[in-house]
Design a protein around this ligand. Structure first.
Ligand SMILES: *Cc1c(COP(=O)(O)O)cnc(C)c1O
Length: 440
């Protein structure tokens, strides 16, 4: 018998690889003390400022950002036909929206909020150190030949299951850096192709994500010209993602949607190592406080945040430790061991985690396409199941009772954070649809 996971209503389902919802027993609704955490709400504020400072440079490097003045934003899409198809028609489901990071410019996934941010911040600090950017000087100087020639002597490296590599590779090459991406065995061929075309050195490991990251880190440690974007412990990535929350807040505001004691907010965030969903959740807590409840979603065979946080262990617990395989088609979430940094930050902030089976992800992907022409990759489709768990699963109903919000559900707002998809090549997307049809 497995003794790593304590007794819990979700335990048997987790171990058997069955979709389920786990409620975090350490979840604190009341104001969380961030004083002993490695990040603070003030850091979220300064990340927003950094994004603003970088915007003119981003607009210079990426023509697709000209319209937004260099801001990397996604749409908040109201569920209509898809709401019917998902069975969320009735009033008790409140407001339901997709936050379409699947269509984020530059990188086509939520990684545009993390990888691009860290690479551009690095470029800025390198330029300052080398006397190329003085106080108050135009940030667009970083797009000049002089800056490119400085950057070309440096390499940006990263380990990835695919999308982080895409985002970091695209950002690094846009500024003239050399780039190396260490891909795990899950990485899809088209992501590798796309990077190679940009002149990125792609190293494919016959190993999982954690091992790819370790390799990349070792190589970078031995070479001072390599800057390593460390997905397992990067504050920059985390804070880059966190700025998404204020974007959401203003979009809700524009629609006249209030979030307060009587009108709770639910976020459903696909989770790999935890940086992207953790950053967004942290940013949202900084804005909405007790009124937002953040849930992660993970594949049934790769629920690394779920098993680690459920274990309550000080040492990181991986999905292999509890007999799961880490095999999934949802490559953005094919991670066996979560970030220790994110685990610490989310310990009392995460409401829970639900899991999704690969077959369901394909069906949901097809449903989103047919009903509302939302092009998603399997990882992103996992977000669509959140309201189902909260309203129909017995643990979801227990969550409502525990938090005294049963009567408020019809006034709640659910955000299905669809994390990637628009960059998937047409042929590959048609394959996803065919796989889904075969399941129907
Ligand atoms: C990376 C990614 C995630 C998860 O982000 P983490 O920071 O690894 O937790 C979810 N969905 C997609 C499509 C991704 O690319």
């Amino acid at each position: 018998m497995n003794t790593i996971l304590p007794s819990d209503p979700a335990r048997d389902d987790v171990l058997a690889g069955r979709p389920t919802l786990w409620l975090n027993p350490s979840y604190r609704k009341q104001a969380i003390d961030t004083s002993d955490l490695p990040v603070s709400p003030a850091d979220v504020q300064s990340a927003r400022q950094s994004w603003r400072r970088l915007a003119p440079l981003l607009a210079e490097c990426f023509p697709e950002l000209k319209d937004t003045g260099g801001e990397i934003r996604s749409e908040l899409v109201e569920l209509k036909e898809l709401r019917e198809a998902l069975g969320y028609r009735t009033r008790e489901f409140g407001n339901v929206f997709i936050k379409a990071d699947s269509h984020l410019p530059v990188a086509g996934s939520i990684k545009a909020r993390g990888g691009v941010y860290e690479v551009f911040l690095f470029a800025e600090s390198l330029a300052r150190q080398n006397g190329l950017l003085g106080d108050g000087e135009d940030i667009r100087k970083l797009a000049t030949e002089e800056a490119r020639s400085l950057f070309s002597g440096h390499t940006v490296a990263v380990g990835s299951t695919g999308n982080l590599g895409l985002s970091v590779g695209i950002a690094a090459r846009a500024l003239g850096f050399k780039a190396t991406v260490h891909m795990s065995s899950d990485a899809k061929a088209w992501k590798v192709e796309r990077l190679r075309k940009l002149g990125v050195d792609v190293i494919q490991h016959e190993a999982d994500y954690t091992t790819a990251v370790e390799n990349a880190r070792d190589i970078a440690d031995a070479d001072p010209t390599i800057y390593f974007v460390d997905d397992e412990q990067s504050r920059h990535l985390f804070l880059g993602y966190s700025a998404a929350a204020s974007e959401l807040a203003s979009q809700l505001d524009e629609r006249g949607i209030t979030i307060d004691e009587e009108n709770p907010l639910f976020l459903y965030l696909p989770c790999g190592i935890g940086g992207a969903p953790g950053g967004v959740a942290f940013g949202a807590k900084a804005i909405f406080g007790d009124h937002v409840h953040a849930f992660f979603v993970e594949p049934v065979q790769s629920p690394c945040a779920l098993v680690h946080m459920m274990s309550g262990s000080q040492e990181l617990v991986s999905v292999y430790d509890v007999g799961l395989t880490n095999k999934t088609e949802a490559d953005g979430m094919a991670v066996a061991r979560m970030s220790a940094f994110v685990a610490k930050v989310m310990r009392e902030m995460l409401a829970g985690v639900y899991t999704a089976a690969d077959d369901d992800l394909f069906k949901l992907l097809r449903m989103a396409w047919i009903t509302q022409r939302q092009k998603l990759e399997p990882s992103a489709a996992a977000a669509l199941l959140g309201p189902d768990f909260l309203l129909r699963h017995k643990e979801g109903r227990r969550f409502q009772t525990l938090n005294g919000i049963e009567e408020k559900m019809s006034r709640a707002t659910h955000i299905l954070w669809t994390t990637g998809g628009s960059f998937v090549p047409e042929e590959q997307f048609q394959n996803f649809l065919r796989q889904a049809e075969a399941l129907a």
